[in-house]
Design a protein around this ligand. Structure first.
Ligand code: 6PG
Length: 500
């Protein structure tokens, strides 16, 4: 038994785990760490001899568990999936009634629901917490989305609030400490209890789906500047840097400006011009889209951003197709400055639609899983620490403060007026892209979403006619109350119409 018991423990010392452990220790909590490969743990502890809370490393999982204060609180930060189950299986026999297991990985919410139930049956408590912000966030302040048993959440709340990023109470602006790792004075922590069982991981997944959308929209903006205006990567980067001072101010726009201006150490050209155009992914954007399809939520723009990664991945096929298939030659003249502003507005409107879809998805999910999600709080904790952090999220928070049951962000007066202001440019960009053969899957999908959502009448009347024709699937009538279903004996194909 060690002389001093630790406040919390962490299993899994890859970069995220190491950084989160250091963040916890920086805030005065003593933390025990364990890693499957002992040498990694030993090196980590040796390299960090003086943290305010203290780090204690253990080569045996039993000693690690024994080193923790009761109720024990163990964070697991390993590769999501089977790895998490394997660690839980090893931990369970070593833990006692009331102890708490916290999964900080990018787990699928269904796994979290299953694990919570299984652990509850054994008298243990389980928290599935979204952790966003990458390596830097884990080290100096991530956004945290904990879900699970509320009493168990209360046991980890002081740690979660301490290590999370912080934003200003009124403006929502991210706050920084005197230096990295130095405590931030005041501010609202970017962490809040999300809801029972898988709610935290579900919301984290939606964050990632939105992240996929944001990234693809930024890529489309860059593509339009490069392909229609002939701008160099460096020139595009400067435009993004300027955009980062306005309504699009966000982490992803900021890093895009830097990435585009980065020179290649090998050639001296712009690095981005040498990066192969095939996107990878770990699956959270796909999960978001599958969940939207399962629940009947039209999150088309988010799904398009996943498909855009898929089509980028078939590089060889695209290279072959490029030699066969034809399209227009890009030809845009006119006011370059005005067109860059139009791209800005197209990105802004598309972003509003993508977030509208993400929040609609969460709204449906809460009905499906019996959660009560607080959308204003979710927008607030996404203001700092996470990958999608942006000034824009303050406006979303304010929209849900105005109306907690807002059906769609597009209906909020602020967002409505912003889309009114910018939509002519948005349409111009989508039209120009289409006429010039530049793919803009998320811009055009978002515009179709907007036009569909505001349409009183869509051509689904004909679709219902088709369904009734070949499958007697019935239809409702415009001149009858909803819920009454009709069918007629359609004539055989090619036969004359029925008489009225
Ligand atoms: C975060 C990120 C992170 C995610 C990466 C990569 O919130 O810190 O969302 O969780 O793993 O962004 O995701 P892909 O590999 O799927 O692009």
């Amino acid at each position: 038994m060690p002389e001093q018991l630790s406040d919390i423990g962490l299993v899994g010392l890859a970069v995220m785990g190491q950084n989160l452990a250091l963040n916890i220790a920086d805030h005065g909590f003593r933390i025990s760490v364990y890693n499957r490969t002992t040498a990694t743990m030993e090196k980590f502890v040796a390299e960090n001899p003086s943290t305010p809370g203290g780090l204690a490393g253990f080569a045996s999982l039993a000693d690690f568990v024994a080193s923790l204060k009761r109720p024990r609180r163990v964070i697991i930060l390993v590769k999501a999936g089977a790895g998490t189950d394997a660690v839980i299986d090893q931990l369970v026999p070593l833990m006692e009634q009331g102890d708490i297991v916290i999964d900080g990985g990018n787990a699928n919410w269904n796994d979290t629901i299953r694990r919570e139930k299984a652990l509850k049956a054994k008298g243990l408590r389980f928290i599935g917490s979204g952790v966003s912000g990458g390596e830097e966030g884990a080290r100096f302040g991530p956004a945290l989305m904990p879900g699970g048993d509320f009493e168990a959440y209360k046991e980890i709340e002081p740690v979660w609030n301490a290590i999370a990023a912080k934003v200003d109470h009124t403006t929502g602006k991210p706050l920084t400490g005197a230096a990295p790792g130095k405590p931030i004075v005041g501010g609202v922590p970017c962490s809040t209890y999300i809801g029972p069982d898988g709610a935290g991981h579900y919301v984290k997944m939606c964050h990632n789906g939105i992240e996929y959308g944001d990234m693809q929209m930024i890529c489309e903006s860059y593509s339009l500047m490069a392909n229609l205006l002939g701008m160099s990567a460096g020139e595009c980067g400067k435009v993004f840097a300027e955009w980062n001072t306005g309504v699009l101010d966000s982490f992803l726009i900021e890093i895009t400006a830097d990435i585009l201006q980065q020179k290649d150490p090998m050639t001296g050209g712009f690095l981005v011009d040498y990066i192969l155009d095939t996107a990878g992914q770990k699956g959270t954007g796909k999960w978001t889209s599958v969940s939207a399809l399962d629940m009947g939520v039209p999150a088309a723009t988010i799904a398009e951003s996943v498909f855009a990664r898929y089509i980028s991945a078939v590089k060889d096929e695209r290279m072959a197709a490029a030699k066969i298939l034809t399209g227009p030659k890009a030809n845009v003249d006119g006011d370059r400055k005005a067109f860059i502003q139009a791209i800005h507005d197209a990105l802004y409107c598309s972003k509003i639609c993508s977030y509208a879809q993400g929040f609609q998805l969460m709204r449906e999910a809460q009905k499906e899983y019996h959660w009560t999600l607080k959308f204003g709080e979710i927008a607030m904790i996404w203001r700092g620490g996470c990958i999608i952090r942006a000034r824009f999220l303050q406006k979303i928070k304010e929209a849900f403060d105005r109306n907690a049951t807002l059906a769609n962000l597009l209906l909020d007066p602020y967002f409505k007026s912003e889309v009114d202001r910018c939509q002519a440019n948005w349409r111009q960009v989508v039209a120009a892209a289409s006429l010039n053969g530049v793919p803009v899957p998320t811009f055009s999908s978002a515009l179709s979403y907007y036009d569909s959502y505001r349409a009183e009448r869509l051509p689904a009347n004909l679709l219902q006619g088709q369904r009734d024709f070949f499958g007697a699937h019935t239809y409702e009538r415009t001149d009858q109350p909803r819920g009454r279903f009709f069918h007629i004996d359609w004539p055989e194909p090619g036969r004359p119409q029925l008489e009225a």
